[in-house]
Design a protein around this ligand. Sequence first.
Ligand SMILES: Cc1cc2nc3c(=O)[nH]c(=O)nc-3n(C[C@H](O)[C@H](O)[C@H](O)COP(=O)(O)OP(=O)(O)OC[C@H]3O[C@@H](n4cnc5c(N)ncnc54)[C@H](O)[C@@H]3O)c2cc1C
Length: 393
Amino acid sequence: MKVAVIGCGPAGLAAALMLEDDGHEVAVFERFDEPRPVGSGIVLQPTGLAVLAALGLESEIYKCGKRIDRMYGKAMPAGKTVLDVNYSALGEEFHGLAVHRAALFDVLYAAVRNRNVQIHTGVDVSSASDIEAYSGVSFDVLIDASGARSRLRHFAPFPSRWRELDYGALWGSFSWPAKNFQANTLEQRYVGAHTMIGILPIGQHSAATEDQVAFFWSIKTANYEHWCEEGLDVWKKKLLSIWPETDVILEQITDASQMSLARYGHGTLRRPYSDKIVFLGDAAHSTSPQLGQGANMALLDAWSFATALRESGELSSAMRQYTESRRWHVRAFQLSSLALTPFYQSDSRVLAGLRDLLFHPASKLPIVRRIVAGLVSGMLAGPPKGLMKSKSV
Ligand SMILES: Cc1cc2nc3c(=O)[nH]c(=O)nc-3n(C[C@H](O)[C@H](O)[C@H](O)COP(=O)(O)OP(=O)(O)OC[C@H]3O[C@@H](n4cnc5c(N)ncnc54)[C@H](O)[C@@H]3O)c2cc1C
């Protein structure tokens, strides 16, 4: 088939690789002149790592990341533990791999460039006719992998309500000051649900010569201008009063532009395909990154669609099979993210109070510990059959 993939994110690049491997003629369309990753660090979960292994890219990605075994968060100023999740609750072989977004992009993009895939950049796609007019080719199927702000989503049969979330985050990557923080751990500090600070060691990527850390500060997007006007000194003072050990990171921040604002939206397509178009990744389901699953879900979608097409050999049944195979996993994570995000990013004192009181004691129960580890690792209610040896939680 002639396949047009819209978007050079993890979903689009992984789909392009798998479909080209299966003998399809693949062309990728990307709106940026120079495809580039946006943002800072992400955690590749066992699910996403399994897709990269299936693509033969496991050793490449492990060269740049940092293994993550634990996620640990404290409520301040009391210093009370709120979150303490270990992947080992699922078995010793489980862990995450934190990488700079650029590292994941570089590994996938280099592999795509080594294949017989045409890459068209600087094309902002809003419909099939855009790419047909641009390339002169009539495609058999369009894969919309253009992310959370897809311009093609309205072609889905039952467009769902997509809403911007009030809270986003400021992100930046800096040199990793190992001595001040726990190794192999995503660490967070909270004050109520209105303030959250995070530290994620992400190892190296090609452009960096030393280990890096992704540093984030949760912010109400409506307050971003105020944050810029207030100046770095006021912000740093506030931050140091909550988490003094971040001084070694803060001294690297001399200009507000070193922290980029990420906005989040939430929405899920009820049916991620229509006539000639299939939706993968954030274009099909996006949410806040609180559970750290988005890039992994994007990779799983790409693997599931390519596998369905290979197995069924026919487009309409492949689209149905893809939707079925992803249905419960996507629902479980979209719902969990919707329910849990306000405990960490909202103005609610009640939710923050409940979180500080209940989350840690509850997580000591073996069943809860397993469910939480399943949520964090992406192993709850999935992953699709045939990808991993381990059973879902
Ligand atoms: C701050 C932040 C932290 C995150 N942390 C994590 C984490 O720890 N773990 C995790 O798994 N996920 C995380 N995520 C989510 C993750 O980044 C996304 O879910 C993932 O990148 C989605 O992949 P995608 O391929 O669907 O879309 P994207 O990565 O958004 O890629 C879409 C691509 O399409 C291109 N495009 C867009 N519109 C058009 C158009 N009209 N025409 C042509 N091209 C277009 C874009 O330029 C882009 O290259 C985080 C997200 C944010 C914002």
